[in-house]
Design a protein around this ligand. Sequence first.
Ligand SMILES: Nc1ncnc2c1ncn2[C@@H]1O[C@H](COP(=O)(O)OP(=O)(O)O)[C@@H](O)[C@H]1O
Ligand SMILES: [Mg+2]
Length: 331
Amino acid sequence: MISIAFFNNKGGVGKTSLVYHTAWMFAELGYRVLAVDLDPQSNLSIMALDEERMEALWQDEVPRLTLYGAVEPLFVGRGDLREAHVEPLSGNLGLIVGDLALSRIEDDLSTQWSRCLEGNERAFRVTTAFWRTMKKTSKRHGADVLLIDVGPDLGAINRAALVASSHVVVPVAPDLFSLQGLKNLGPTLGRWRDAWQQARPKSPSSLGEQPEGAMRPVGYVLLQHAERLGRPTLAYAKWQGRLPLVYRQSVLGETGEPQECNPDPHQIQRIRHYRSLMPMAMEARKPMFALRPADGAIGTHQSNVSQCYDDFHNLVLEIARRVGLERGTSA
Ligand SMILES: Nc1ncnc2c1ncn2[C@@H]1O[C@H](COP(=O)(O)OP(=O)(O)O)[C@@H](O)[C@H]1O
Ligand SMILES: [Mg+2]
């Protein structure tokens, strides 16, 4: 199972928008895709669905048609997992819907993590609840790839989400905060990976296969800021220039003399800031690169739409190549 988390310890860098557009582009290229909203803030689901539909999915009756609904029995002591609802967004693209109620399970996830080391069965069930949900749903949906949106914190929900991820893409913006996020993220990923490698062999054999918890870094995606009046591009250039080294040291754990490579091989793609296309896309509930004149994308907007298409097309081709999903030029 190829499951890719988009993760940085900094909010507002464009993670959710990136997962949304990447999911649509993978689907556009013929892949079967499952987008998974693991952020309790549920911004990905809110972006994809209208309020009426969200209200129906967040119904108070049980089971809720969200990721929380799928894992709920395990956390309230009424069994194990339920079949997860997949909300269709297109023929190839489905969404496992996010839920604010996910926050309710954070404490339990946190407590059970260290109990995995004792070989405790429930601890493993809880810690792998997301992975098992994704694996089953991915099989049912016939998914080629799962794309996971998470919140920016380093808490227990995200740790369980990362244990479920074969790969990690790091979205970064060229600013101090994003780089600082990267410096926190790298060592944390390393600790989670190591802790899981220690715990995994302790799992009771009755539970069967356990996630690898590989969290392989695919690279970073540079999300550009809107050019603000009076804000010199030079300021961005400074942070951008530091990114390759910070990524190597913090995320890849490399030491020693940095090698100058231009372009940086760890930068997967640069995504421009498309300003007014985003509100238009939110309104039309479609990706920016699919906007038509009828959606309001007229005049110069149309050339931005095609540039946006190229940005995401290149991004997805490169991610597919790096995670071993490429299908040749006609994919
Ligand atoms: N490429 C882009 N072009 C225009 N606006 C963007 C782009 N990427 C993100 N945004 C906007 O930036 C803000 C933060 O993005 P979001 O995806 O919610 O970030 P995060 O998930 O990291 O908090 C949102 O208002 C979003 O609409
Ligand atoms: Mg987000």
